[in-house]
Design a protein around this ligand. Structure first.
Ligand SMILES: NC(=O)c1ccc[n+]([C@@H]2O[C@H](COP(=O)([O-])OP(=O)(O)OC[C@H]3O[C@@H](n4cnc5c(N)ncnc54)[C@H](OP(=O)(O)O)[C@@H]3O)[C@@H](O)[C@H]2O)c1
Length: 333
């Protein structure tokens, strides 16, 4: 028996009898996923983070599959295909159909290593085929254009993905890092199923206009960097500020800029007493806030280790009260 509840036009929940989780519909497709997914830029993403270990990365993916984390979000850019290769290896030991697999492409790497954006139909078609090979699968559940390029008309780029969808190579079309105007241009034929853009408690306002449009159009919104790339996990304090090694892309993120960092850590610290009330960690409370937010689709927090993943999965047990949901929204407004 299946029950549906519409919390907003954005988040359509489906509860299967016997499931302990409410599932979220992806766009208007026939795909439903558990709210908590996994982001994998620390799985094989050696070009973005130093000191990653492939075996640990594969264990994170296996642990996710073992704990009903259905949506796995990767990209060519995470290790220039290496993240996809590692996930493909894990798939060989598992039932592929248990996973809603999302990957992304648009980056063209030239012989000297320069990366340029390319959304042309030919390049996107080739990118999908190459991702399929690295992931050792014959279909992708979701393919995102990772970033818009300057020249390709957006509807032409999405049109190429629509043809791949009709050919059975992918099940849903996503775009990522698109502004509202670019989303509208890309969706002129109504083909876009998901938008993945940066969004977290620190950066809520940036998305207000885009989310309203997605809501109207029944397009799922997948926020990336839900922990603000780790600031919202509760592991820092004014006595213990984050220090990243050379090569960690977080050194370039504004939220971690020395001018803002202490204020941001102090703000995140205000979540600690709320988390204590639930006997939970700040990371779990933050994830529970996104799960309760009716405008947000599946979330894809990154995890570097199986332990982080296992801790994050526990957010599903938290029933955040309406009052605490509002309080958290106000703290970061
Ligand atoms: N579409 C795009 O352009 C785009 C851009 C960025 C990211 N993404 C996607 O979004 C996903 C999520 O973003 P993200 O991984 O960059 O950032 P995030 O989810 O905001 O933060 C992940 C980081 O938080 C820390 N963390 C996670 N769980 C923890 C726990 N239980 N306890 C303590 N620390 C914990 C870890 O930091 P440490 O590694 O320091 O331990 C982890 O790497 C990515 O993996 C990727 O799939 C997409």
């Amino acid at each position: 028996m299946t029950r549906f509840a519409i919390f907003s036009t954005m988040k359509i929940i489906c509860k299967e009898a016997g499931d302990h989780l409410d599932k979220i519909q992806i766009g208007q497709t026939d795909m439903y996923v558990n709210p908590l997914g996994l982001g994998t830029n620390k799985i094989g993403g050696y070009n973005l983070f130093p000191n990653l270990d492939d075996e640990t990365g594969k264990k994170v993916v296996q642990t996710a599959i073992d704990h009903d984390v259905e949506m796995i979000d990767t990209a060519f850019m995470y290790g220039l295909g290496h993240s996809e290769e590692l996930i493909g290896e894990v798939f060989q030991q598992n039932d592929r159909h248990k996973v809603i697999l999302a990957t992304k492409g648009a980056q063209q790497v030239s012989a000297d290593g320069t990366v340029t954006l390319n959304n042309t139909p030919d390049f996107l078609t080739k990118s999908v085929d190459e991702s399929l090979k690295r992931l050792q699968t014959d279909y992708l559940d979701i393919f995102y254009i990772h970033f818009p390029d300057k020249d390709t008309p957006k509807a032409e780029a999405v049109g190429a993905l629509q043809r791949l969808k009709e050919a059975g190579k992918l099940r849903a079309i996503g775009i990522s890092n698109f502004t509202l105007a670019q989303v509208k241009e890309a969706n002129v034929d109504g083909y876009v199923d998901l938008v993945e853009n940066q969004y977290n408690l620190f950066q809520q306002n940036a998305m207000t206009d885009v989310v309203s449009y997605l809501n109207e159009q029944h397009i799922s919104f997948v926020p990336y960097e839900p922990f603000a790339a780790s600031l919202l996990t509760g592991r820092y304090s004014l006595d213990n500020l984050p220090h990243f090694e050379e090569g960690d892309y977080r050194l370039n993120i504004d939220l971690y800029n020395p001018d803002q960092l202490k204020d941001n850590v102090a703000k995140a610290d205000q979540l600690k007493p709320i988390a204590s009330k639930y006997d939970a960690t700040v990371a779990q409370i933050v994830l529970a806030w996104y799960v309760k937010n009716p405008q947000i689709g599946p979330i894809i927090p990154g995890a570097r280790t199986p332990e982080q993943l296992l801790a994050n999965v526990q957010c599903e047990k938290i029933q955040l009260s309406d009052a605490d949901y509002e309080l958290i929204a106000k703290l970061f407004a």
